[in-house]
Design a protein around this ligand. Structure first.
Ligand SMILES: [Zn+2]
Ligand SMILES: [Zn+2]
Length: 63
């Protein structure tokens, strides 16, 4: 991986700890942390799923 990344669920570095459980959770619920900068994301539940916004990196959505 070219750039460092953070776990959207627990916010720790992707190579720091094992994130299998986090990945399973992220299939069901929105990320809490931006994968690029580790900021807390603003999560909104929308009719089709959810959106999570980082002030620096924009919005991701899913559900
Ligand atoms: Zn994690
Ligand atoms: Zn960010």
């Amino acid at each position: 991986m070219a750039e460092p990344g953070f776990c959207g669920h627990c916010g720790r570095g992707l190579d720091e700890v094992d994130h299998d459980v986090c990945r399973a959770r992220l299939r069901l619920e929105p990320p809490r942390y931006c994968a690029q900068c580790r900021r807390r994301m603003v999560v909104q539940v929308i009719p089709r799923g959810w959106s999570a916004t980082c002030v620096e990196h924009g919005t991701v959505s899913g559900g």
